[in-house]
Design a protein around this ligand. Sequence first.
Ligand SMILES: Cc1ncc(COP(=O)(O)O)c(C=O)c1O
Length: 367
Amino acid sequence: MSPSPKPGVLEITPYVGGRAAVPGVTKVFKLSSNESPLGPSPAALAALDQTRASLSLYPEGSAALLRQAIGEVHKLDPARIVTSGDGSDALLTMLANGYLQPGDECLFSEHAFLVYKIATLANSAVPVMVPEKDTNTGLKVDVEAMLAAVTPRTRMVYIANPNNPTGSYLGRDEMARLHAGLPEGVLLVIDAAYAEYVTAKDYESGIELVSKFGNVVMTRTFSKLYGLAGLRIGWMYASASVCDVINRIRGPFNTALMQQLVGAAAMRDRDHFWKAVEHNNKWLAWITAEIRKTGLRVDDSVANFVLIHFPADGEKTAAKADAFLMKGGVILRGVASYGLPNCLRMTVGTEEQNRLAVSLLQQFMAA
Ligand SMILES: Cc1ncc(COP(=O)(O)O)c(C=O)c1O
């Protein structure tokens, strides 16, 4: 007999990432994981070359040089930053490890990022999934419904802002209203993995709220706009006491020297940053408009992907569209695991990738 895991663990459906290959098709474009079509900054690649000499040594354990670079660019106190060498996923998980007790309730929205449920169940806590609103711009977190779901057992709230896979966001005032309605003992975790892409004037990534309140954490990643998904670097900004909790439970050398050096160089390369923002602005608008012309519903997005809705039955379903695009060499992301079986999510790619994906969708809808 093997030892039993903690209650909840066997209820976890293991995370399955976006597909990367299509059997029988040699040239494929992967638009399934919201990675950057521009790749990393040249400065980050140059820093990668410098790390060869120190592979035999443990890195400095607090990731001071990376926290310094993040603090400099975002004007934050490096002492209130914690980094991760296993993505922001690991920080989201460590926050649950640090704060959720068996039976505690953890709130998140119906179509939220899958890691929240995994981290909750892994701590024998109870996931409470709150329905989203279908607004005239698309699916969106419902602040009032989230607040109505708070009970004396609520301990944590995860909000992806912008949300994956819907691409919608809560504005500064909406997030402030959500925070104001939570009891002080509830930790609000704002997962801002796509913050760098957002140009909406009423968006606030979480920095202001963290600066004012001890029960708010913001997590960020180098996997998206910085084009470093393969290197797995994440960071969070929080009060000194939340940072202290995470620093106690994280691995002692959880951010490799390679990650620290490359991350710091990527963060400081603001030219590459703005190039990626501009590319996304241009193609996000184009993709949204062109796909809407086919008659399909595309929700407004402020991130680097769009959510496309398909009819539930007949010849134009999401599953049929997915198969058609795959044959043409484009991989989108099925989002049934997010409670959206009739949708596909498409990442903004290079010009060539975007044009091919849109043309295949046009052909699919016209057939
Ligand atoms: C909302 C959201 N949060 C966090 C992550 C994880 O990012 P990381 O690569 O830093 O673990 C993702 C990745 O898809 C995401 O969509």
